[in-house]
Design a binder for this molecule. Structure first.
Ligand code: NAP
Length: 387
């Protein structure tokens, strides 16, 4: 008897989400299959993954990295494609059912966009796609009858909890935040933190960019914007609560005061597995809560004075238009500057605030104008840092 196999393209297979996704797919006993992999520069790992999985296609976005690698031992059935422009072409292949969009940063937008344009189901880890192009991306999905399934753990939790009631019965959504490594630091201590300290997240093991975003709480700001567009919420319906244990992944409050939450250990395999198997639930490799152990769940309001990124997130979610592209571009550039030791940690958010203030706001941009706003914001940050 034949059984249904879901063919998946994993964009960002060499990253933290990509590697977790390949574990989930491997544990599915053949019901999920990775038939395409895409990466940026890490050709050694991509080759290793290709030898283990034998996909139909692989993409190396960085041509120089592709040229440096010896591909002679690639499986004979695997076709190598080179250059970022191969990704939008690849995701439209008729054999692909689900595209896991897990490239980091604005660079993930083209893959998300092309997959939706081709009517594919997109399992979306790349929150930047919605931060930059929220209304355009969700409109495209509706027009092409393509689904966007959240992989971000908070949005996966909201997506699951929303199923308990009707949309008009939702009062608000509360996103949980671990608070990052500097949750209890004073402003003075935050000013002095090193790259190593900022990269040491207390509960989640993630790529460097999102780890820094978690330390500034910019990650939560980006998630507020993501939630606004993904669930079509008004900005005032989105709240944030600090929850250091990262076990409650978010909550939905209904008009009668009932609150529904989704709980599980901090392990991205569960939201990945949920999105890839949706609308079904399958047993898998994600960690489970151990109820034989005592457990404490704490919640506290965020401190917007020490973590001003949160206010910025709500502001940008309200403004819409080009604001998301500018915030995201400025943040990516400022985070890279911090990681390279060029600015202090506590300059990241103020730089984003300033670039947003200076930008020429357009309420109804095209995709091209959003990409232009992104370029402008990055150039502004480089110019200010260089000056
Ligand atoms: N990690 C998490 O727990 C988590 C949770 C929620 C949401 N997310 C979101 O998921 C996305 C990925 O995060 P991550 O932590 O997995 O990041 P990561 O570990 O840094 O991995 C990033 C991936 O993107 C690839 N990449 C980078 N630039 C590229 C480009 N220009 N073209 C093609 N591929 C490129 C990298 O390839 P190479 O390494 O080969 O260069 C790598 O495969 C982000 O948007 C993040 O916000 C992550």
């Amino acid at each position: 008897m034949s059984r249904h196999v879901t063919n998946i393209a994993v964009l960002g297979s060499t990253g933290s989400i990509g590697r977790n996704a390949l574990e989930v797919i491997e544990a599915s006993e053949g019901s999920l299959q990775a038939i395409a992999l895409a990466a940026g520069k890490n050709t050694a790992l991509l080759k290793e993954q290709s030898q283990a999985i034998r996909p139909r296609w692989i993409v190396v976005a960085d041509p120089e990295a592709a040229n440096r690698e010896d591909w002679s031992d690639l499986p004979s059935e695997t076709e190598l494609l080179v250059g970022a422009e191969s990704i939008p072409r690849l995701v439209a292949e008729p054999e692909i059912d689900v595209v896991l969009s897990a490239i980091v940063g604005r660079a993930g937008l083209e893959g998300t966009w092309a997959a939706l344009d081709a009517g594919k189901t997109v399992a979306l880890a790349n929150k930047e796609s919605l931060v930059v192009g929220g209304p355009l991306v969700t409109r495209l999905a509706r027009r092409k009858q393509a689904s966007i399934l959240p992989v971000d753990s908070e949005h996966s939790a909201v997506f699951q909890a929303l199923q308990a009631g009707r949309r008009e019965e939702v009062q608000r959504v509360v996103l949980t935040a671990s608070g990052g490594p500097f949750r209890t630091h004073s402003k003075e201590q935050i000013a002095e933190v090193t790259v190593e300290e900022a990269l040491a997240h207390p509960t989640w093991d993630m790529g460097p960019k999102i780890t820094i975003d978690s330390a500034t709480l910019m990650n939560k700001a980006l998630e507020i914007i993501e939630a606004r567009w993904l669930f079509d919420l008004r900005p005032e319906q989105i709240g944030v609560v600090i929850h250091p244990q990262s076990i409650v992944h978010s909550l939905v409050e209904f008009i009668d005061g009932s609150i529904l939450a989704q709980l599980s250990p901090p392990d991205m395999k569960l939201p990945i597995q949920y999105a890839l198997n949706w609308p079904n639930r399958k047993a898998g490799v994600a960690q489970r809560l151990d109820w034989s152990q005592a457990m404490r769940l704490e919640f506290e309001p965020p401190d917007e004075d020490r973590f001003p990124a949160l206010g910025l997130g709500l502001e940008v979610a309200s403004a819409g238009g080009t604001a998301g592209a500018v915030l995201n571009g400025a943040n990516e550039e400022a985070v890279a500057a911090f990681l390279h030791g060029r600015i202090r940690f506590d300059r990241i958010v103020p730089i984003c605030q300033q670039v947003l203030q200076f930008h020429c706001f357009d309420p109804e941009p095209t995709l091209e104008q959003l990409l232009e706003s992104d370029r402008w914001a990055r150039e502004e940050v480089s110019r200010w840092i260089g000056a």
